[in-house]
Design a protein around this ligand. Structure first.
Ligand SMILES: Nc1ncnc2c1ncn2[C@@H]1O[C@H](COP(=O)(O)OP(=O)(O)O)[C@@H](O)[C@H]1O
Ligand SMILES: [Mg+2]
Length: 306
């Protein structure tokens, strides 16, 4: 780690608290409910950090992350902690940087400034080659499912195993069929993506994301484009996936507030490139903050304009 970065991180917790939210990324929940920051400004990595919202150890941490595209500042000093073995939702309006945020933990984007840790490793200090090995520990369910149209369901799910492991055909078949059954698609092996509904495509995407037993699973807008029934089924599948794999850490990006309130253990609301509010679902349900209320209600009335 460079000395410059160390001194940057040495701003005291009090100083950080004195900054307005739009610059500091402090959390209303932590400030009002707990009186502690999740991570003191001078704390290195994730070791010893416990999420005050879930009581779980922190496994992924962003500290003061900035990211711009040209003149457009997307992340503006993002501080974000993800607890192990729970579902964390990142919510916010379209274009606020939710996808950009998760692309950083997968190593698909590098921050302009700030630091990111996954487990005991600092992503921001890694070579591209090392980053690729960390990426292997993530399963991702992309917004559009991102299936290969020319391959059937079986081959889509098997693809990561065929590409990246030395497993034999029999082991691969067992694993793929097990996962297809878990996501409710037993018997659909030979269908092509074009024969599937949107909900089924997302399920195939989930089976593929799980096929290499990842430590972390990231869902980017898993229910966008689904009808309410299929969306509810997908939400249930996210919960079931988490509950059947207690060690897996789930991060769900969404602007579907009712779904997030039903499924997430911790909710982080991204506004102007920082986490402005975070807490358990009850914090968001009970909040009298006009911005939170407007977002939860999906209302045109309030501080956010169209
Ligand atoms: N690779 C990129 N190059 C330029 N602009 C980008 C890139 N990725 C994202 N952006 C911009 O950053 C902003 C945040 O994007 P994104 O994270 O995808 O938003 P969302 O919260 O809807 O997921 C958007 O305005 C988007 O246009
Ligand atoms: Mg997005």
């Amino acid at each position: 780690m460079s000395e410059g970065k160390a001194s940057e991180a040495e701003a005291s917790a009090d100083e950080a608290k004195a900054r307005p939210p739009s610059q500091g990324g402090r959390s209303k929940f932590v400030e009002e409910g707990q009186g502690v920051r999740e991570a003191p400004a001078d704390h290195e990595g994730v070791d010893g950090l416990v999420c005050p919202i879930t009581g779980q150890p922190i496994v992924i941490r962003y500290a003061g992350v900035y990211k711009s595209f040209g003149d457009f500042k997307v992340l503006r000093g993002l501080d974000l902690c993800i607890p192990k073995g729970k579902i964390t939702a990142i919510i916010g309006r379209s274009g606020t940087g939710k996808s950009v945020t998760i692309k950083h933990i997968m190593g698909l984007l590098r921050p302009d400034e700030g630091r990111i840790w996954v487990g005991d490793e600092e992503l921001t200090a890694m070579s591209d080659r090392k980053l690729r090995t960390v990426r292997n520990r993530f399963g991702v369910v992309f917004q559009n499912a991102a299936l290969f149209d020319s391959m059937n369901v079986f081959d889509n799910v098997a693809f990561p195993l065929v590409e990246h492991t030395r497993l034999g055909r029999r082991e691969i078949t067992t694993k793929v069929q097990q996962l297809l059954a878990q996501v409710g698609l037993a018997g659909s092996d030979s269908k092509t993506p074009s024969e599937l509904s949107g909900g089924m495509r997302k399920r195939v995407g989930l089976a593929r994301a799980l096929v290499r037993d990842p430590d972390y699973i990231l869902y980017d807008e898993p229910t966008t484009g689904l009808d309410p029934i299929l969306a509810a089924a997908m939400d249930q599948l996210i919960v079931d996936t988490q509950e059947s794999r207690p060690d897996i850490t789930s991060v769900v990006i969404s602007h579907d507030m009712p779904a997030v309130l039903r499924t997430a253990h911790k909710i982080c609301m991204l506004v102007d490139g920082v986490v402005l509010h975070q807490g358990p679902p009850s914090y968001f349900k009970d909040s009298d903050d006009p911005l939170v209320r407007q977002f939860v209600a999906g209302s045109l009335e309030g501080p956010m304009t169209v």
